[in-house]
Design a binder for this molecule. Sequence first.
Ligand SMILES: NC(=O)c1ccc[n+]([C@@H]2O[C@H](COP(=O)([O-])OP(=O)(O)OC[C@H]3O[C@@H](n4cnc5c(N)ncnc54)[C@H](OP(=O)(O)O)[C@@H]3O)[C@@H](O)[C@H]2O)c1
Length: 323
Amino acid sequence: MSASAQMTAVVQHSFGAPEVLTLGQAVRPVPLPTEVLVRVHAAGVNPVDWQTRAGSGVAWALGEPPFTLGWDVSGVVEEVGFGVTTLAPGDEVYGMPWFPRAAGGYAEFVTAPSRQFARKPRSITHEQAAAVPLAALTAWQTLIDTAHVQPGQRVLIHAAAGGVGHFAVQIARHLGAHVIGTARSARHDWLAGLGADQLIDHTAVAFDDVLAGVDVVLDLAGDARDNTSTRSLTVLRPGGLLIAVPGGVSPELAAAADAAGVRATPFLVEPDGAALARIAELIDAGTIRVEVEEVFPLAEAARAHTRGQAGRTRGKLVLHVAS
Ligand SMILES: NC(=O)c1ccc[n+]([C@@H]2O[C@H](COP(=O)([O-])OP(=O)(O)OC[C@H]3O[C@@H](n4cnc5c(N)ncnc54)[C@H](OP(=O)(O)O)[C@@H]3O)[C@@H](O)[C@H]2O)c1
């Protein structure tokens, strides 16, 4: 195959509304030593995708268009570069390569360091597997690597019904925490089934009126939504930890945390094949379930973005790339 072979990809030529996402041609990548070339079967859609499409998100890492969005992929190894010993052509893998640099996941092929992938969970489809990496790694790296959640701790998860939230509920439960989630009431039965002990309808009840003594707040809503990060400081126990995932920690939020005697940290997810291997084991064991609200054809990436940015997704949205 020549290095300039073409492939189908969603390409955007400017920042803007979902309509800038168009199906086109891009150069098929070639794996360097230590990299694998993956034939993508499905690509996950995340808020950072539509934020970056519009010029915010991680646009600072991608630079000016044209580029291809997408970090979450599930597919089959097509080719391995020199030195790769842990994967071979034909292996089914999933991953979130390169983040926050461009990965080009909305395409027929991606290439990335082999260890940024893991074996796809055997018990689920490529569409379900593509829904996992970015959202589940965010939940894993915040609850386990950052907060070191211990059995019996009280963990509050804002936006529990979303992509990250529904994995966070299950991982916190797996860690033995007492899991509290915010979500509209139509999602409560489902979230209780995933392991939430207590649920608060954020459209009807002010969580800071009814909670106290929380060890860890995983805030997936942020101050942009109902001032959620700042209000969360008041529900933490002394020394408790707020992980402000969407908006980070502003100087005002840091000062308010100091004054309240609690900790607050920003967070950005990183590629992590080893954690994905553990997550795959938990999925195959039935400990973690994957909720996909809708699968769109790759050509309808714009429609998936329109749906996602409405902010009401239950679980995840996914693009079907190839069978
Ligand atoms: N820094 C990082 O590394 C990182 C990584 C992943 C995600 N993020 C950010 O984290 C946020 C969540 O990501 P996601 O993929 O989980 O998003 P998502 O799937 O689009 O979240 C949708 C959910 O948000 C809920 N929601 C909206 N407003 C809420 C509020 N005020 N209180 C409680 N729930 C609310 C909705 O539930 P209802 O319908 O019940 O309202 C819906 O289920 C996004 O802003 C994303 O950009 C950051």
